[in-house]
Design a protein around this ligand. Structure first.
Ligand code: SF4
Length: 215
């Protein structure tokens, strides 16, 4: 399995190169993006983050002080903005309650404990928690999303209905726990899923078409 997973990685990396993912100027911005991107396109998230920036409000202290309806109106473009405002507030409150608002302190927490804590924050699910850990805090954990699932099931590596954990374990159990590798691998899957392995896949131009598809 390790050989196969690395072959896929290499095929994608050779074709697309480094993806410089996740876009964001600071770890906090990455975390905000991870929360806002649920059920919406990245373009809409960028607009919402842009508005927070324009108003000088993209910091944990500022978001903590903002009223929920003010925050909701600022992030309106990200969709489900009332729910997302609540989620952002919940996350920021968590950050202050557990780490005095200090991301370096948060980063020092052991990954398993931190993940469990994040998953207890209202509105933070598996993919969001893992994105915060990997892209916000450079912790070595594999992020699974709909693209990952679709590509791997088309390759016949996992069943179509495989759980998040089952897919994540595949990578965690067979690859070195290397944050850079996990960062790049997930980003390459996102790129492939968006541009080639779409709902209707364009297999002719796929850089991993030569890899045996068991499905
Ligand atoms: S060959 Fe086709 S199905 Fe397989 S990963 Fe590429 S685009 Fe998807």
């Amino acid at each position: 399995m390790k050989h196969l997973l690395m072959k896929i990685y290499k095929g994608l990396y050779d074709a697309y190169g480094p993806r410089h993912w996740w876009p964001g100027e600071t770890p906090f911005e990455v975390m905000v993006g991870a929360i806002l991107t649920q059920n919406t396109s990245w373009k809409n998230v960028e607009k919402a983050i842009g508005r927070l920036k324009e108003n000088g409000l993209l910091s944990s202290t500022k978001i903590r002080r903002l009223r929920r309806n003010q925050l909701a109106s600022l992030i309106r473009s990200s969709g489900y903005y009332r729910i997302k405002a609540e989620r952002l507030k919940a996350f920021v409150n968590f950050l202050f309650e557990h780490y005095d608002g200090n991301l370096n302190r948060m980063r020092k927490e052991e990954i398993k404990t931190l993940r469990e804590k994040l998953l207890r924050v209202k509105g933070i699910g598996l993919e969001t928690a893992d994105s915060i850990l990997l892209y916000g805090l450079q912790k070595p954990i594999f992020v699974v999303d709909a693209y990952t699932k679709r590509i791997l099931s088309r390759l016949g590596i996992v069943p179509e209905k495989a759980s998040y954990e089952a897919i994540q374990n595949l990578f965690m159990n067979h690859l070195p726990h290397d944050e850079r590798l996990f960062n790049e691998y997930h980003a390459l899957f996102v790129h492939l899923g968006k541009t080639v392995c779409k709902k209707s896949p364009e297999c002719d131009i796929c850089p991993i078409k030569g890899i045996e598809h068991r499905a």
